[in-house]
Design a protein around this ligand. Structure first.
Ligand code: SF4
Ligand code: SF4
Length: 448
């Protein structure tokens, strides 16, 4: 029996590892489709950002109720990894509670084990309540940010599936620990006599009324259900918005140090503007061999790797969208959708390139009715609220600005009113139709 368990367990681990590694390779390839971006920050800034924002969840606490619920699930997720280590060891060697067997001989380590398992059980119950609250908020309370058009279909199903996985995981833990304690008292072979685990103890009392075979079945279903669901979850998460569990750490580690929402200058335009103010620059000879500059980004390959990493990191929480003045006033723009579209387009183009060669392009674009429409791009006020709100330092505005620059400066696609303003800027260095020499004319009336 132990041999069969080892074989099935190792096979499951190998299969899950294969799929996870394959997916990591794909995601890395897709992120590398982006352009270079150098982030000028020192190690202490990076570590501080990562520890405060990703590990410490600092920005989540702007909305305390959601933050506490999220903390309950996140805390349980972290602490249950300890019991998972023992389950993995047991799976590999075909034993049961192998860490307990190692530690129970010495009182301090015995207490440490018992306290840890009890904490895991308590945290799991906390996570269970939080999960039901999340399901209720999402499906019964119908918070508007969870029901925007971009959340229809898979994104909504994905969010609910993860919550159901969480409930199943806690159920399996309780079946495993409750069955285990009942079997200990029933004198089942190879079930070590542990100390009491408070949450699963009443379950063990309930199970004791059944036959040993039935309890053994419950305990085994709990053990296998738990480990197989964890392995399935590891694969599933790489296709899900829950990829942020892993990517929030590199994403915050590479936080841009500039003030949030600061727009990067376009060197060619900067030079042009500088020459308006410094005539000596305007007389600089034009280098005919110089490559014509391109402006903004039309597709994911023209966005930076950091923006693409952010697209994979997005949790689809919608905090950005719920603070976006354009979205609030009924415009089509949703910064969350911008991140989701960027990720989906990256997946599409990455797949095409892997099948047809890295230099090939499918001829599609991120600016399109299938992904980000021009109507959405025009609606952005560059107010920066989305950047401010994001709990994991994602910057949707950077992508919007790059796409809009391409739309306007490469395709000359802008409304007539904007064109008038651009002409005025070029001629008068101001958005109005006045010559520079007339700017102070209004003050003359004050002197009369
Ligand atoms: S910067 Fe644009 S997308 Fe972001 S919140 Fe403001 S209007 Fe919305
Ligand atoms: S960009 Fe940030 S705030 Fe917006 S949905 Fe993604 S994680 Fe949430």
């Amino acid at each position: 029996m132990a041999i069969a368990q080892i074989i099935i367990f190792i096979s499951a681990v190998i299969i899950a590892t294969f799929f996870v590694l394959d997916r990591i390779t794909t995601i890395t390839y897709n992120i590398k489709l982006g352009k270079d971006e150098t982030i000028h920050s020192d190690l202490s800034f990076r570590l501080k950002s990562m520890l405060l924002i990703a590990f410490g969840q600092k920005k989540m606490f702007k909305r305390p109720i959601a933050a506490l619920l999220h903390l309950a699930v996140y805390g349980a997720f972290l602490i249950t990894q300890i019991e998972l280590i023992e389950i993995f060891i047991d799976g590999f060697i075909g034993k049961h509670r192998s860490i307990w067997a190692l530690l129970h001989g010495w009182q301090p380590t015995r207490w440490l084990y018992t306290i840890t398992i009890n904490m895991i059980e308590l945290a799991s119950i906390g996570a269970l309540f939080a999960t039901f609250a999340f399901l209720w908020r999402r499906n019964a309370l119908k918070l508007p940010r969870f029901h925007k058009p971009e959340m229809k279909g898979w994104p909504s199903l994905d969010a609910n599936l993860i919550l159901l996985f969480e409930i199943a995981l806690v159920t399996f833990i309780m079946m495993m620990n409750g069955g285990d304690q009942a079997l200990q008292r029933m004198g089942a072979h190879h079930y070590h006599q542990t100390d009491m685990f408070v949450v699963s103890y009443p379950i063990s009392m309930f199970l004791e009324q059944f036959s040993m075979n039935t309890v053994l079945f419950v305990e085994r279903v709990g053990w296998w259900g738990h480990i197989l669901l964890v392995l399935f979850f590891l694969v599933y998460v790489t296709y899900s918005k829950h990829l942020h569990i892993a990517l929030a750490f590199p994403n915050t580690f590479f936080t841009r140090p500039e003030p949030k929402g600061q727009l990067a200058n376009m060197p060619a335009v900067q030079k042009e503007v500088a020459s308006m103010f410094d005539e000596s620059m305007a007389e600089e000879p034009v280098d005919m061999n110089e490559e014509l500059p391109s402006f903004g980004a039309k597709d994911v390959t023209e966005l930076s790797w950091k923006s693409l990493l952010e697209a994979y990191t997005c949790t689809e929480c919608g905090r950005c969208t719920s603070s976006c003045p354009a979205n609030i006033t009924g415009k089509k723009l949703s910064p969350r959708k911008i991140m989701m579209d960027t990720r989906d387009r990256m997946e599409e183009l990455g797949k095409y390139k892997r099948m047809n060669g890295a230099d090939e392009h499918d001829g599609k674009s991120l600016i399109s009715d299938e992904y980000v429409s021009k109507e959405e791009l025009r609606a952005c006020t560059t107010c920066n609220a989305c950047v401010e709100e994001c709990p994991i330092n994602i910057n949707p505005l950077k992508i919007i600005v790059e796409l809009r620059r391409s739309m306007i400066m490469e395709e000359a696609d802008s409304p007539q009113e904007w064109n008038t303003m651009f002409t005025n800027l070029e001629n008068n260095q101001a958005p109005w139709q006045f010559a520079q020499s007339e700017r102070l004319k209004w003050t003359e009336e004050l002197n009369n």
